[in-house]
Design a protein around this ligand. Structure first.
Ligand SMILES: C[S@@+](CC[C@H](N)C(=O)[O-])C[C@H]1O[C@@H](n2cnc3c(N)ncnc32)[C@H](O)[C@@H]1O
Length: 348
């Protein structure tokens, strides 16, 4: 059902064909970035890289299974923010999350404001269930405006994006990972699967100390004098191989040395370092069924990790049907509890 207000907005747009946005609106640069993606050439594969994920592609059940007891601090890749919310659900209070793509912050604040304001059902209808009339609805957005306090620029961007673009364009040309089976998404987001957990998350979120930023994760950690109980850098190594190292394996192996430093200087004793998440393949697979372009990357990642860390892997059911078998693998290493003094990174 289209609401009266939506019809009024549409008529207004159709009447003059022009939508005015104040050029000094906070968030204007981000709005331009987003709108350029929507209007970009669909044949340009670089545009695909710039599109933000609306939801994680992972099954986040691995987080609870791999968190050390009483973990208090975590570093994670932001993505859509679902990892952050799952960590908060699991009582981690101090979280730093970064993403190279600022548009992921736009997604994060939308989830954040929605969780604080909406019922579990409405959260699902607004951000997951594409068949709902509430999916990315401007009316719902207006109802959650107050929860953007302090981050108004992200509200402004959403308000304009939802006013200017037909929903179909947002789904087809802007967002990644939309339209999944809601029951599978619910299963892979434990904070949503159980309503009691969802409502408990609201108050935990209000009391958590969460810092989000736009940054390259390995560089960020390598210049950070801080330790965490849990570090999760899943699903960035493939991007680093392709975009950061131009598919050059030697350069890639060099870049991955940063992981050794992160393990040494950013992880607390007794902490867990989640190194990667393989979709539909196990760490010990020979990756023979993989696409010719992806196979050497998985081999390069697996080789480096096996040669440099004492690895464990755990399996979770996959969220998104497709490549490989029904199980995804999470690759991790743990740092032993020791009685020796903490070591600090030597100053450059
Ligand atoms: C497939 S998602 C995975 C993120 C997260 N694990 C999840 O499931 O939501 C990849 C995200 O990592 C970000 N990313 C890729 N390379 C990165 C890097 N080197 N540092 C920080 N973020 C990165 C991308 O912008 C994207 O949002």
């Amino acid at each position: 059902m289209i609401s009266e207000e939506q019809i009024k907005n549409m008529l207004e747009l159709m009447k003059n064909g022009i939508h005015y946005v104040k050029k000094d609106m906070p968030g204007m640069d981000l709005l331009k970035k987003a709108q350029q993606i929507i209007l970009g050439d669909v044949r340009d594969s670089r545009i695909h890289l710039l599109k933000p994920y609306l939801l994680t592609t992972q099954n986040l059940r691995y987080i609870q299974k791999t968190l050390p007891d009483k973990a208090d601090s975590a570093f994670t890749i932001l993505g859509a923010g679902n990892n952050v919310f799952e960590l908060v659900r699991c009582n981690v209070k101090n979280i730093v999350a970064v993403d190279v793509n600022e548009l992921q912050l736009l997604i994060y604040y939308l989830h954040y404001a929605s969780i604080l304001t909406l019922s579990a059902k409405d959260y699902e209808n607004f951000l997951i269930n594409t068949t709902s009339s509430k999916f990315l609805s401007l009316d719902v957005l207006k109802n959650i405006e107050d929860a953007f306090k302090g981050n108004e620029k992200y509200f402004n961007v959403w308000k304009e994006l939802l006013s200017i673009n037909p929903l179909e364009d947002l789904m087809n040309y802007f967002l990644k990972n939309v339209g999944g089976d809601p029951s599978k998404v619910r299963y892979s987001l434990p904070y949503l699967g159980n309503k009691k957990e969802f409502y408990a998350l609201k108050s935990k979120l209000e009391n958590a100390n969460i810092a989000v930023d736009t940054a390259e994760a390995l560089e960020y950690l390598n210049s950070l004098d801080r330790k965490f109980d849990y570090i999760d850098i899943t699903n960035i190594l493939l991007f680093i191989y392709q975009a950061g190292c131009n598919n050059n394996n030697e350069e890639f192996q060099q870049e991955l040395q940063k992981l050794r430093n992160i393990f040494e200087y950013n992880l607390n004793d007794g902490g867990t370092f989640i190194l990667d998440y393989f979709f539909g393949v196990a760490l010990d697979s020979d990756f023979s069924n993989m696409d010719m372009l992806i196979k050497p990357i998985y081999n390069a990642i697996a080789d480096f990790l096996k040669n440099n860390f004492d690895l464990e892997s755990i399996q979770v059911e996959k969220q998104i049907p497709g490549f490989g078998n029904d199980l995804d693998s999470v690759i991790l290493t743990r740092k032993k509890l020791t009685v020796t003094k903490n070591r600090f990174r030597p100053r450059a």
